[in-house]
Write a protein that binds this ligand. Sequence first.
Ligand code: HEM
Length: 459
Amino acid sequence: EKPESVSLCPLGAAPAPEQELLCIFGTGDLGRSLGQRLLQSGYRVVYGSRRPHNCGPLPQGAQVMSHETAAQSASLVFLCIHRENYDFLTTLAPQLKGKVLVDVSNNLKKNLYPEANAEYLQRLIPGAHVVKAFNTLSAWALQNGPSDANRQVYLCGNSVEAKQAVAETASKLGFAVLDRGSLKAARELEDSPLLLFPEWRLPLRLAVGLTAFFFFYLLIRDVVYAYVDQGKNNSFRIMVSLANKVFPIVSLIMLSLCYLPGVIAAIFQLYRGTKYRRFPDWLDRWMLCRKQLGLLALGFASLHVLYTLIIPIRYYVRFRIAASTISKIKENQTSEFDITSAWRGDSYYSMGILGFFLFFLLGITSLPSVSNALSWREFSFIQSKLGYLALFFCTFHTYLYGWDRFLHPSTYKWYTPPGYMLSLVVPSVVLIFKLLLILPCVDKTLTRIRQGWERCDPE
Ligand code: HEM
């Protein structure tokens, strides 16, 4: 028996009473992905094409018409074509009059043209309302819909109503819209996809530079020195021993460099007695890449932990232990249990583990999906207080590892200190300054300066 039809339709299954019709010019990857997404979100889509009967596969449910008819039928037109092909649009000026034209284009290079694509378009069709939008998304991101890292859509334009219409469509597609102002901002929006990892550039360069420096420094101390001084071939040490020095050393230095700019900024504020004055540009840039510095440092620390795990299974280590045991047996000797060595070993392992745990926590909480779930107080507690604690543990780990070797002249081969001593300079400076800054009298002044800045707004 057939169930009686009910007037209540399940949510989402029923077509909206009147589906808005949107027009897309351009049947390339971006045009097709956008069309598919719009159709899935409940819009009707019409493509404008030079050859309506022969324009390749299009999303199911979309119509194709000539440019003129398509433009006439919709109030919102997405332009998914290259700037080089904008000229023909002038012939459509009458049909496009009063319409919202969404420019999603990007260029292959920065500063290729004197004016932004969207501004050029507005000049070509003065009667239309041009809105720059969606250009920071890839065809892939458009087709698959927003994901955690790809939620933001920037737009700009001179007409508030036009921007409103585009913003509504974008939010129906599930994107979060950020209005960047008038068409003058189009240049910046068009340049932004061309920047390759901009915040990563400086930290990456630093990581490569430090790694190269310490690799050669330790190569000379550990391999070349042994060869020249004792004629010993220690070259096998490059693979594990050297790597397990370079990685933690670079990690410790980079972790401390995350906290150094904060200390410098506090000293600036204390010195100037105000928070109104801008920091120098280099300090601003440095502050902005702290997260990337920290994440790279975490990567290097993880490598150190992995290399440390394999120490017991190394042939070299097993051979040395066996050889020393055999020689003890041969000479009928026993070794005394050295409680100091036990303390030293356990202490620096423990500090390393605690440091790494906190370091890992810092890394996790810097991910957008986690930090979005934290309040600002929680986030700054973890990133600042626990961050300094992580730096302290890692620094202490290294001091304990050095133990009394700082005092032995034989440590300084060719008058050079070991790598870990060099790596302790910046973290020690940061921690000493931080200690000075949290002294009650200094802290009170600093808090007052910062509160003064937070309370009153000069404009
Ligand atoms: C050295 C263990 C985490 C920085 C060492 C060494 C061990 C070790 C066994 C001596 C390596 C050798 O003899 O060649 C651990 C363990 C950790 C940990 C078990 C955590 C699970 C960290 C972290 C940092 C760090 C998070 C800093 C970011 C250092 C440094 C050295 C060192 C700078 C001296 C390297 C050198 O010989 O020049 N650690 N560590 N460690 N560790 Fe760690």
